[in-house]
Design a protein around this ligand. Sequence first.
Ligand code: URP
Ligand code: ZN
Ligand code: ZN
Length: 452
Amino acid sequence: MRSIIKGGTIVTSHSKFQADILIDNEKIESIGKNLVNNDAKIIDAEGKYVLPGAIDAHTHLEFPFNGTTSADSYFTGTRAGACGGVTTVFDFVTQRKGQGIREAVKPRHDLCAPQACIDYSFHVALTDLTDEVLNEFSAAAAEGLPSYKLFMVYKKDGLMMDDAAIYKALERSKETGTLIAVHAENPDVIDLNIERFKKSGKLSPWYHYLSRPEAVEAEADIRAIHWAKTLKAPLYIVHLANNIGMKAVQDARAEGYEIYAETCPQYLHFTCDVYKRPDARNFVCSPPMKGQESQDALWQGIKDGFIDVIATDHCPFRQEQKDWGKDDFTKIPNGCMGIETLYPYMLSQARAGRISFEKAVELCAENPARIFGCQNKGALEPGKDADIVLYDPDIENIITQTNMHSDCDYTIWEGMPIHGKIIATYSRGKQVYANGTFTGEAGWGKFVPCYR
Ligand code: URP
Ligand code: ZN
Ligand code: ZN
């Protein structure tokens, strides 16, 4: 089945230009002016922007965490992604103690394959870094799994990896061409702060922020960067949310080190003031939103090219789950939603002139594809998968949970005005979303092996 997307403005990470796109057999066959093909179905994109589908490089679907499970299944999470212009997700698989890498991933493949509406890949969150696991890095990379996350926190959840593990993982990643990502916060200072706040009855969500403020995150950023520099290994910092860490990334990059930084829309839009709101518990995630200076530094980092990826850390918990911590912030499951609002939010920022559309494409599609090695994704080019989004820059809209496609029963983005609207999403040429309606199907999404 062939189709031509006709008359739109194509946006790449470097330019915007008017051209048509011919799609054949799930791939972009050609891009050019006035393309003609008698067999092709015509998709009219006059007055619209034509963008590569977003890659959400950080999601937690059906994630067992904090004594519960995140609200979106692979079906509802990828459905929400499709409706927000996301065409590939990188979901986290947690290695259980004693498991091998591929042993950990196998059941997630089985769970994901019949449910996924868009393409998917995995990062493996390592929790037990044995010699066998280190020796498996190469074989796993050969099967398209080149990236690992190490949590420097969540000691009580059994997820935390110590400095020796970080050091060994970085060493091995350098030898095998793989990539280590870290969730950087200092666990001991967090635990100390929590213990003190608990003793004095300070249990509102504001103390979630105060137990893990800027310096707590920054120390771990600096520590991880230090080991990466020492070993000359690449490092990817997930959900960077503080100004001091931003500066450390910038300095390391200026010295020529391969340090990547990811942040998320929630850190670009909200500050720690949200933890004073009546619905503060819904904003509890780790790291927490920080002060205005941090938010400004992240935006500056985007403009200066030191933030490489905007992803979501999509990990929603339903209201009833968040309510467990109504009177005690330590009982609130950590995580926020964002997969359906990632691209709309970033494109809205572009529409408002804060960044260019090209920059939005670079951060949300091209860079994650490049960094994690998804050869067929992330750009509108002949030979790549036809993962395409149509965006109408002239429609104004407001985010509301009733229009969302996640299984979560609220959104932290409720009431936010958005400039421009995604009007259609194509996953390998198949329409999966159009004008407010999900048109895809469970099981369409395929595993994307990635090779760095
Ligand atoms: O609060 C968060 N971010 N929950 C998801 C797990 C993680 O730390 O990425
Ligand atoms: Zn994290
Ligand atoms: Zn996460």
